[in-house]
Design a protein around this ligand. Structure first.
Ligand code: ARG
Length: 589
């Protein structure tokens, strides 16, 4: 168990403030923004002086005196009205790093109890190929899943398939219009559909937009689709069989996309899995007085007095008996609570659904669907835009399919690799593998490095560059370290005890030691962009180190051994953080 440097230093400084009868909270130590002055700084003397009506420099001076006694610092200095700058002594720094490196988790699991977390992400729908809107839900969701996994939490990842609403009725009616043979209206038919059923995924992807368009111009069709949805929900056998078939083939298709993106789900449940629970839930909510009738519909009012915005009630059942998106989501919460008793449920879904989740969460708390303390959170995200600043569309204005987006990225990566002349040594299979890794790294890093809630412009040319804040660049930095370590092994150089001889080494060690704070912040804010900044900082510090310090060419054997050790630790952490971003590093490129 290795406590983070900032925690240790803040505790030490806190003690020093306490010894002066000042609040230990003033001892907060932060990473210095000005490396030339120190590695860390503490600005608490200013606040403490104000509170105690004393001179800040005098307080700072006394704090420095006390810190000096610890023997942990190589330099302590005062700046301005009372800022304290600190530099660690090398033994302390290298000792700390050696300890951290012993731990596969770099000290990040420290004091953490394993929590039961359900992450609901991906969110594909029957009959609709995944599109650009699912890209962020998948990439951000998977990154958070990996982060929680790294922390040792007990995770359920649930795709929550969209398989129970009006789109199902629309499809049934559309198929019925065009291909009467396909619908087994006799209520006896219960599948299975023939393997070579003409209702293929490709067919569904044409049928659904057609049905959706028809429903807008033909009210009678829309009404019939509503009825079909309701009959499906009630259990009409022929509809159920067709639905099952549509669901199966759609899941098979989305699985391919998720595999390609490296997203992992422990559950393949969907809205429909709530069907048996919904009547039970509706009955309880009515009996306990949580729900009420409004214009023939069953609703749960969720407005609170302090609301400044519109807060319509959550509709659970319409007057025609059909249930809604909010109903299946509330019922899903109840089932998850019954089955797993989670500490938190996180929903990685487009920010435009924020009202929906606010209604559902309020209803869940109000109706005691969750125990107090079970944390429900909508982890929203912004839109992926085209270069015109509007939501990304195909050239003819259509929805961009996820698969074509990924294919384009891999194609662009291949082009860049060939142009950079990196490819001569590779055979076709290796070139394919590397192009795929680079292309995926490009879109993942670009997506995750943005603040979640902001929109960003999809610009493959920029994402695939081998320089700056891009996935390929971070990956390339790791590959270079790997190749250097291979050369070291070939020369039978061994690594050894860490020693610090240059500032570039110390800076790299400090960057590595910062993972604990990074992981805490990324988890608290559900913000993979914090991980992106960390890995960027690591690769920058590594490059500065590699520029300033000889490794393989170092003549002093102890220094060379220490540097090799540092390279190996840096590589391990870079790969680890890239893994949390969903990025795989090839052996060479
Ligand atoms: N299928 C939904 C959509 O495409 C997303 C589902 C998100 N998860 C949830 N529990 N509502 O918008």
């Amino acid at each position: 168990m290795t406590t983070s440097l900032l925690t240790q230093l803040s505790a030490l400084a806190g003690e020093a403030f306490k010894a002066l009868d000042l609040d230990p909270a003033f001892g907060k130590v932060v990473v210095s923004q000005r490396r030339e002055l120190g590695q860390f700084q503490c600005n608490g003397a200013l606040g403490a002086a104000k509170q105690a009506k004393r001179n800040p420099r005098e307080i700072a001076d006394q704090i420095v005196g006390q810190l000096d006694q610890t023997g942990l610092f190589s330099e302590l200095s005062l700046a301005g009205p009372g800022f304290i700058n600190m530099r660690l002594n090398d033994d302390f720094l290298t000792g700390h790093l050696a300890e951290l490196a012993e731990d596969p988790y770099f000290g990040c699991r420290q004091d953490r109890e394993s929590r039961k977390v359900i992450i609901d992400f991906g969110g594909p729908n029957v009959a609709k190929a995944m599109h650009v809107g699912h890209l962020r839900a998948t990439i951000i969701g998977e990154s958070l899943r990996r982060l929680h996994d790294f922390l040792g939490n007990d995770i359920v990842s649930d795709v929550h398939f969209g398989d129970w609403g009006l789109p199902m009725g629309l499809l049934i009616k559309e198929i019925e219009k065009g291909e009467p043979d396909l619908i087994y209206f006799d209520s006896d038919f219960s599948g299975p559909y023939p393997e070579q059923s003409p209702v293929s995924v490709e067919a569904l992807q044409i049928l659904y937009p057609a049905a959706s368009a028809r429903s807008k111009s033909d009210p009678a069709f829309l009404e019939s689709a509503r009825e079909a949805t309701f009959e499906l929900q009630k259990g009409r056998a022929g509809y159920r069989a067709l639905w099952q078939h549509m669901r199966d083939i759609s899941i098979a298709e989305t699985k391919e996309d998720f595999d390609l993106l490296g997203a992992f789900f422990t559950e393949w449940k969907g809205e429909a899995d709530t069907n048996d629970h919904i009547p039970v839930m509706l009955k309880r909510l009515e009996a306990e007085g949580y729900s009420e009738l409004s214009d023939g519909a069953v609703v749960v009012p969720v407005k609170e007095e302090t609301d400044k915005k519109e807060m319509p009630p959550l509709i659970l059942q319409k007057s025609d008996g059909a249930v809604m998106y909010g109903t299946t989501d509330l019922a899903t919460i109840e089932q998850r609570v019954q089955e797993r008793d989670p500490d938190s449920i996180l929903y990685v879904v487009d920010a435009r659904q924020s009202l929906h989740f606010e209604q559902v969460f309020r209803a869940a708390i109000k109706c005691k669907s969750v125990r107090p303390g079970c944390h429900l959170e909508h982890i929203g995200f912004g839109t992926v835009n085209g270069k015109d600043g509007k939501p990304l569309k195909t050239r003819d204005g259509g929805v961009v399919r996820l698969r074509s987006l990924i294919d384009d990225a891999i194609g662009e990566a291949r082009k860049v690799i060939l142009e950079a002349g990196m490819s001569e040594r590779f055979d076709e299979a290796e070139l394919d593998d590397i192009s795929r890794k680079v292309g995926l790294a490009a879109i993942k890093y670009a997506d995750l490095s943005n603040q979640r809630m902001s929109n960003y412009v999809f610009d493959l040319e920029r994402f695939t560059k081998f320089e700056g804040r891009t996935g390929p660049y971070q990956m390339y930095a790791a590959v270079r370290i790997k190749s250097m370590l291979r050369r070291a092994a070939e020369q039978e150089f061994s690594d050894g005890r860490l020693i610090a001889t240059a500032d570039a080494e110390r800076n790299l060690m400090l960057a590595i030691a910062g993972l604990q704070e990074t992981v805490t912040a990324a988890t608290e804010k559900n913000a993979p962009n914090i991980l992106c900044d960390h890995v960027y900082n690591l690769t920058q510090e590594f490059n500065a180190f590699y520029h300033d310090c000889h490794v393989l060419g170092e003549k002093d054997i102890d220094i060379r051994a220490s540097r090799l050790r540092l390279c190996a630790i840096a590589l391990r952490q870079i790969e680890l953080v890239l893994h949390m971003l969903g990025i795989d590093v090839p052996e060479r490129m």
